[in-house]
Design a binder for this molecule. Structure first.
Ligand code: ATP
Ligand code: MG
Length: 416
């Protein structure tokens, strides 16, 4: 009898945030309370080496099994089941960029109403969509039809140079809208949709993870916050650049924690799993002196390669005049001490448009200030990405703002 089952079905304010990482699937059960949310269940499941590579699914069945395990664990802890979820997509080929386009109003003295706003957003989003999609198709060699829209979000609106939150009711001539669009190749996007369907959850959104990470900190200083976010996972390093409160773009490259473990396995002539244990002990400073030295030596050259990956990727942000002099790290891979060390001690930043030497820090779970972790299980860099997804999920559960509502309808049309 349904009355006596322990687990109750959660209401519409309960949702799941699912981060399908190359190395670990992470599931969070969350409860939204307006603009804030509470995390009430956590589940994690290690993936097998063959399940995913570089953020892309290589064994759909294997990944589904791992997701189910992580979700079950999270739901058991929360004591409720979820019906809706937000899912993250990462990987080398996800590309996101913000495009700012201008719309000139024929009658500046009339006030903008809902119908006109719909029309403006529609026109601008189609233009932005075509632009970013053709860039990605060009860069990856994929056919344009095989490139799918993952998500879109309005980052800023200006009317005649003034920033506004909701343009309805305003007069003025030029409406500038900045829209962030993230795309992924069909194979990758399709795999995630299949997984979503198999998990039997209503998909609120599939979102680009670097975008979620870039948005995870509550920006209170008047929207002028600027930072570079780097998420170092098992398979990929994802980079997002945020300038003056808006996400300029996101990029990634195929190097992550697994690369270091593989190197260690080779140098020490041990299995991948043994090397992983050694690496974690090394990171936690648990190795005796001689072993510590050997591991450090093995990590060194790969860290330099990783650093050049960061520099090359940042050089690709051609539209960014000045790079933010602040770097925030997250992802399990960021815990390797050499990562922060190379960023701080090498001269890599000199060839890039930084105004000064960037400061390096970690995103801590409490910095994701809209999400309160009631489970006390979320402690480190590895937990930030799922928390960032949970934070973004709040927007989909809560009452929608007029602009995002309009955009979401257009996005749905574009995803067909
Ligand atoms: N203390 C630590 N020191 C060094 N590396 C660590 C530590 N803890 C975790 N890692 C590494 O972090 C990686 C996993 O991080 P994370 O869970 O963020 O990746 P993921 O989200 O599964 O992967 P991706 O984001 O690339 O898809 C593994 O390679 C693991 O070895
Ligand atoms: Mg990850």
């Amino acid at each position: 009898m349904a009355f006596f089952t322990k687990k109750t079905q959660g209401g519409r304010n309960i949702y799941l945030a699912l981060d399908i990482g190359t190395e670990v699937v992470k599931a969070l059960v969350c409860m939204s309370e307006g603009t804030k949310g509470r995390i009430i269940g956590v589940g994690k499941q290690q993936q097998k080496l063959g399940d995913m590579q570089c953020g892309a699914v290589t064994d759909i069945g294997g990944v589904i099994y791992n997701c189910q395990k992580a979700i079950k664990e999270a739901e058991r802890m929360a004591g409720v089941s979820t019906i809706q979820m937000i899912m993250g997509i990462a990987g080398e080929l996800v590309k996101g960029a913000t495009t700012t386009l201008s719309y000139s109003r024929r009658e500046p003295s009339t006030k903008i109403d809902l119908a006109e706003l719909k029309n403006i957003v529609h026109k601008i989003q189609w233009k932005a969509f075509d632009k970013v999609r053709s860039e990605l198709a060009f860069e990856t060699g994929f056919n344009e039809i095989d490139v799918k829209l993952v998500n879109a979000a309005i980052v800023a609106v200006q009317i005649d140079g003034y920033k506004v939150g909701n343009p309805i009711g305003f007069q003025g001539k030029d409406v500038d809208i900045s829209i962030f669009n993230a795309f992924a190749p069909l194979v990758h996007f399709g795999a995630l949709q299949t997984i979503g369907a198999e998990l039997n959850k209503e998909l609120m959104a599939v979102t680009a993870e670097p975008y979620a990470v870039a948005r995870c900190m509550d920006i209170t200083d008047g929207g002028n916050f600027s930072s570079i976010f780097i998420d170092i996972g098992g398979g990929t390093t994802d980079i997002a650049v945020v300038n003056n409160g808006s996400v300029d773009g996101t990029r990634m490259f195929n190097l992550g924690g697994r690369t270091f473990t593989k190197r260690l396995a080779q140098s020490l002539n041990v299995s991948f799993n043994e090397a992983e244990d050694v690496k974690i002990s090394y990171s936690n400073d648990k190795l005796e002196k001689q072993s510590h030295k050997i591991v450090r030596e093995a990590m060194k050259s790969d860290c330099e390669v990783w650093l050049s990956g960061v520099a090359l990727t940042l050089a690709e942000f051609e539209d960014t005049d000045v790079l933010p002099a602040k770097i925030m790290l997250c992802g399990g891979g960021a815990l390797l001490p050499e990562i922060k060390e190379v960023l701080e001690t090498r001269e890599w930043f000199k060839k890039l448009p930084f105004a000064r030497k960037p400061q390096i820090g970690f995103i801590e779970p409490q910095m994701v200030s809209n999400m309160v972790d009631e489970t006390k299980r979320l402690k480190g860099a590895q937990d930030i990405t799922p928390m960032a997804l949970a934070n973004l999920g709040l927007e989909y559960v809560g009452e929608e703002q007029v602009l995002s509502k309009i955009l979401k309808k257009i996005v749905r049309l574009m995803q067909i």
